[in-house]
Design a protein around this ligand. Structure first.
Ligand SMILES: NC(=O)c1ccc[n+]([C@@H]2O[C@H](COP(=O)([O-])OP(=O)(O)OC[C@H]3O[C@@H](n4cnc5c(N)ncnc54)[C@H](O)[C@@H]3O)[C@@H](O)[C@H]2O)c1
Length: 284
């Protein structure tokens, strides 16, 4: 299999990065979302990403706007992924949305096709249970911006077969990424730890121990991190961070994962981080 055409479900924050990476590497992406408007906006964001590649990377392929456009097939119909040889799912981090989608996808995709679940926290074993092909479901936790990140966390669900892992590794080799393969429990490695970190930073802000700028500056200037915890949350999207914390809380029934009320309040106020121009910080 040479990955001619890959289905990408969900053209939000991370889906845009996934499509960017695929088209840069000569793979056609069949991009599915719920509305034409979302798809059009995603297409523009991908074109912007492609335009900035020469400034941001020495190694990524350079492609023209026309090549990028030719490699993106936008659709609101899930059935259009029937001819894809792999499917990457990045829809909203909500089981009540993902479950029916996987059930439908399972009916549409040929039985040998593998599904890569790009979830932040939901168990891959749970996702696989919504299909009749649990051996073909694997977790692929990509980091943002996808095309600029060389390493991916890959999660082996309870039933994930070696063939499926090998298929995903072949895809990553095409995308010049290396994988760190871990076992399946909600949040895996990265988000089980990083969401505690971002959530606690929100509590520190809520308790007025320091401003958002001070909290992030301490991590950047004292620890040498590239981004502070609140900036990281803004970058991911506060709605996604909140939903991920809710998944962790529900999964482990451990109060350490309770979502900070200030974080939830910002989400309800529509301040979702970079994608809406305001979260813990304001973005011009
Ligand atoms: N944001 C990140 O940095 C990041 C990183 C890794 C993984 N993830 C995971 O990726 C997924 C998406 O996160 P996001 O931050 O891009 O969220 P987002 O809210 O920005 O985008 C989600 C997209 O899914 C679409 N969608 C919802 N239901 C759909 C359906 N039935 N069919 C097709 N599209 C549908 C929405 O319209 C939206 O465009 C989540 O599971 C999240 O945990 C996010």
């Amino acid at each position: 299999m040479d990955f001619q055409k890959i289905g990408v479900l969900g053209a939000g924050n991370i889906g845009i990065g996934v499509v960017t990476d695929l088209v840069l590497h000569g793979i056609t992406a069949v991009v599915v979302d719920v509305s034409e408007d979302i798809l059009k906006r995603a297409q523009n964001d991908v074109l912007n990403n492609v335009r900035f590649v020469p400034l941001l990377s020495k190694t990524l392929p350079r492609i023209t706007k026309d090549q990028a456009l030719q490699r993106m097939l936008l659709t609101t119909h899930l059935k259009d992924v029937a001819s894809c040889d792999f499917v990457i799912e990045n829809v909203t981090e909500d089981w009540s949305i993902k479950k029916p989608l996987y059930e439908k996808l399972d009916q549409i995709a040929p039985p040998e096709v593998c599904f890569g679940a790009n979830t932040s926290c939901i168990s891959i074993t749970q996702i696989a249970s919504a299909t009749r092909r649990p051996a073909n479901v694997v977790g692929m936790h990509l980091m943002n911006p996808v095309h600029l990140k060389p390493t991916v966390e890959v999660i082996r669900g309870f039933h994930t077969s070696q063939r499926t892992v090998d298929t995903l590794l072949r895809l990553f080799s095409r995308l010049n990424k290396e994988a760190i393969i871990v076992e399946d429990l909600p949040g895996f490695v990265s988000n089980r730890i990083s969401h505690l970190f971002m959530n606690e930073a929100a509590f520190v802000l809520q308790d007025q121990v320091a401003t958002a700028e001070q909290i992030d500056s301490i991590f950047k200037r004292c620890f040498g991190h590239k981004m502070g915890p609140l900036e990281t949350a803004d970058f991911i999207g506060l709605d996604t961070v909140m939903r991920s914390l809710d998944v962790l809380y529900e999964s482990f029934h451990d109060p350490k994962y309770r979502c900070c009320p200030l974080l939830r309040k910002l989400v309800h106020a529509g301040h979702l981080g970079r994608k809406t121009g305001r979260g813990f910080h304001i973005y011009p």
